[in-house]
Design a protein around this ligand. Structure first.
Ligand code: HEC
Length: 282
């Protein structure tokens, strides 16, 4: 067991800086503003990409007029069309997001997921998406085998991370910078992940990276999957307390995400698979 001065500890300041920079830096790879139309050979059976007025939504208001005045109406429309609320792959998450009101936000996506919502949370700060604080743990939502990771506040707040399991100990990694404009091209979760010719940003910690040959994107990599360390875990009841005690005037964004988790049906505890290692295990 390695305790101190691992590559991880030395890489952390760099990673924090990168996490801070990446949403804004418009050098070359930044994929923030919409489709880069590079590789959008949409494989998944995306129903439609252009029209925002989907049949599945309950209320059909005028699509153009409700920018940010009508957030309540928007929240009502954050409903998954039948069959799309339990995405099992990154491609299926994009299919769901393309059916939600755009630009798609973290709360809207979380709200749209089928209930019961299964999750675990961690106060760990040792990742690309560190917990914001004791009060704002990193939340892992399990949608079937797929893991979605969000943080209600702090530098990870604008990111949604994905782990699509491959075998027992690895996952395909993807990440979106939220909110995301529609239509979302298939390659967007991988677009900005490249770190060097050898590795992605995720691969700095998630070792043993290898290209996901089925993804048709040069930055789509499979790497080690990690679970949080046990003493960092926060259960559903404890997380719910943070939701109940959240002061929306003081901390609107965090409260909105916690509300998206808890105010739309049952939420249950789920753990990472037993066999999965923590980052500290060889
Ligand atoms: C600084 C190290 C570090 C970096 C960089 C990092 N992670 Fe992680 N990741 C972790 C740790 C540690 C965990 C275990 C959970 C925790 O403690 O937050 C984890 C867990 C995960 C999980 C949960 C299950 C799984 O499949 O591994 C996902 C998904 C994930 N990270 C996605 C990503 C993505 C996507 C990137 C790149 C954009 C990334 N991580 C970059 C450290 C890192």
């Amino acid at each position: 067991m390695r305790l101190s001065s691992t590559p991880l500890t030395s890489a952390l300041p760099l990673l924090v800086a990168l996490a801070l920079l990446s949403p804004g830096c418009g050098d070359d790879g930044s994929a923030t503003d919409g489709p880069t139309s590079e590789s959008n050979a949409d494989t998944g059976s995306t129903p439609d990409s252009g029209s925002t007025s989907d049949t599945g939504s309950t209320s059909d208001t005028d699509t153009d007029t409700d920018t940010d005045t009508d957030t309540d109406a928007d929240a009502l429309r954050c409903e998954a069309p039948p069959g799309l609320g339990s995405p099992q792959t990154i491609a299926e998450v994009l299919e769901l997001m393309n059916a939600l009101p755009g630009p798609v936000t973290v709360p809207c996506l979380v709200q749209s997921l089928d209930r019961p919502l299964a999750l675990t949370a961690t106060t760990s700060a040792a990742s690309a998406q560190p917990a914001g604080s004791e009060n704002s743990p990193r939340i892992f939502i399990f949608s079937g085998p797929l893991v979605l990771s969000i943080v209600p506040s702090g530098i990870g707040r604008d990111f949604m991370e994905f782990g699509e399991p491959r075998g027992n100990s690895e996952s395909l990694k993807g990440e979106l910078i939220m909110p995301v404009d529609k239509p979302i091209p298939a390659g967007l979760p991988f677009e900005h992940l490249r770190f060097s010719s050898q590795t992605t940003l995720c691969g700095l910690c998630h070792l043993d990276e290898h290209l996901a040959v089925d993804q048709d994107h040069p930055n789509a990599f499979i790497s080690r999957a990690f679970r949080p360390v046990d003493d960092s875990l926060v259960g559903v009841d404890e997380l719910r307390e943070r939701h109940v005690n959240c002061d929306a005037e003081f901390d609107p964004m965090r409260c909105e995400i916690l509300s998206a988790v808890f105010d739309h049906g049952p939420v249950i505890d789920q753990s990472f698979p037993e066999g999965l290692k923590t980052i500290f295990e060889p």
